[in-house]
Design a protein around this ligand. Sequence first.
Ligand SMILES: O=C(O)CCC(=O)C(=O)O
Ligand SMILES: [Fe+2]
Length: 280
Amino acid sequence: MTQEFSATAESFFRDGYAILRGFYDHETQIKPIREGVRRIIAALCQKYGVDAPTNTVEEAMGEGYRRLIATNRAWGGEVYDAVKQIPAFFRLVSDSRNDDLFKVLRANSDPGIAAGGYGIRIDNPGEDKFRAPWHQEFPAQLRSEDGIVFWSPLIPICPELGPVELAVGSHAEGIVPVRKDDGGIGKAGAYALRLDREEERLARYKHAAPLTNPGDLIVMDFLTLHQSGQNVADRARWSMQWRMFNFANPLGIRLSWCGSFAAGQSFETILPELLIEASK
Ligand SMILES: O=C(O)CCC(=O)C(=O)O
Ligand SMILES: [Fe+2]
């Protein structure tokens, strides 16, 4: 197992992320999730009387979803809340190969799955409110600072869809303090945190925007600086993410592995030293 992941581990330690091509089996692991998404979109189009194509996965996740949210954007929120409850998605999140991979990347670790830290992003063109600005995962998730983000697409990601962007090697920054800023557009929770001296820090690293296909996996260190790309395509970008952390991490134990925003907490009550400026 260690052998299988040795190239991955090398780039993960050096760059703060690694890409595993075809890590998941399309037929047995990815396809059932995509089909589950199709059924949810079809059910909501039927419920609300939206005339939209949903017979194939491509239709449903593309034009079907587009017409649903064009009629009422809030129905997109219903899709977002529903799709993370697809059993096949849970099976992917809790695949024992994820634990194996985590244990290779975090020696002597005891892996956990961050509750509330899993979901399926649906990034629509022209919507800035839900785009994640440059951030580290740790303040947004807590649990343990040696956690790892798992990121895997549900559709082929081309440049126009705005692939996730990473600052290569930026995990070397350590934990970066943050300030609150809603971007003037009501960003909330983790999306309203901005890095201390962001530009200066980002200038130190090359940026990567990996193009991936369903079945591929990106693993990202909890300290790697990353942001959402900008979707300038004519359709939604669908991608899955979840987070694993380490029960054996000393800071994790100190925090009793508590979560952040998605767990109804705010990181600044737990680690106040990380916040450098009061909210406006
Ligand atoms: O995919 C994105 O747009 C952002 C992803 C992200 O921040 C994450 O997976 O932690
Ligand atoms: Fe993130």
